[in-house]
Ligand binder design. Sequence first.
Ligand SMILES: *Cc1c(COP(=O)(O)O)cnc(C)c1O
Length: 360
Amino acid sequence: MKFNFSAGPAMLPAPVLKKAQKELCDWQGLGISVMEISHRDPIYVRMTEEAEQDLRDLMSIPDNYTVLFMHGGGRGQFSAVPQNLAKPDATVDYLDSGIWSQFAIREAAKYVQQVNLVAKVTETAAGKAIPQVSDWQLSENAAYLHYCPNETVDGIALHTVPDVSVPVVADMSSVILAEPIDVSQFGLIYAGAQKNIGPSGFAVVIVRNDLIAETCQDKVCTVMNYKVQAADKSMYNTPNTFAWYLAAEVFKWLKAEGGVEAMADLNQRKAALLYECIDNSSFYRNTVAIANRSRMNVPFQLRDDALDAVFLREAEAEGLMSLKGHRFVGGMRASMYNAMPFAGAQALVDFMTRFEKQYS
Ligand SMILES: *Cc1c(COP(=O)(O)O)cnc(C)c1O
């Protein structure tokens, strides 16, 4: 039994992979693969419509929002968002809560004149923390406020939606469908698929209709143009048909598992177990303030980093895979998205407890 703690591309639900395997060469009795038919075939179109409806049901997406299935993963949206939502001479507000925020900020600066940083992570007595929204330096009339609710690399999360007067844009790549949210609090939500939805290179965008009524920049890359993609039902050009199909299967699996509420409960229990193990030991540590801890990605360090390689080798020998931290931050990181069963978190904690006894 392997438990894959990869941050992304990440573990997918085993029943979804088994079903995909079973129907790989014969999809819906057609005798050919889902990858081999036209995206305009009524059978394929019906699948995409069901996928959208399932996502709408799972997230209770209001009718005045459009759902787009797009190319280019999370980073594609780093450029699509400013191109579509801000004029070149606009000001846009960005929270810097970690590495992914910083990439998004750098990309936005190519398309808009003024990228205003509202706040960044600070070191506090309680650990790394995101300042209170009341302390953010919001600009007067930003086109939007962008933030990343769950920083995948840093393991830092903002668990409340900033209450501001401009449209809120959220990079939910590593937290979409992991807990219930109120979509109406957002102007736009996007997510690269490879953490909680399906294969990489694919992205989901949920955007309030009034924000796509007019495209702000004259020259938006057409595949990234929300207005065009909305009009063409995300089929302006050939979509990633296999990724869309797999996402549709993940949505069905989620519904059968009890939806986003059930996932939130499971994710809460997995994260609590692991943080408890870390906090009760002097061998492991996590440096994020409790209020800003991620439930999806848990970075931790060993007291003696000379043991890192041994830890990773022994973990892997027990089927606990991909625990190495991001190359920017080092240490360890356990990513536990929806597909990670509770038994995976338990196996990790059991291993960590034994490892600590042996090496401390
Ligand atoms: C993984 C990730 C991305 C990047 O996604 P790509 O599909 O590789 O472009 C962006 N933002 C967040 C928060 C992520 O976790």
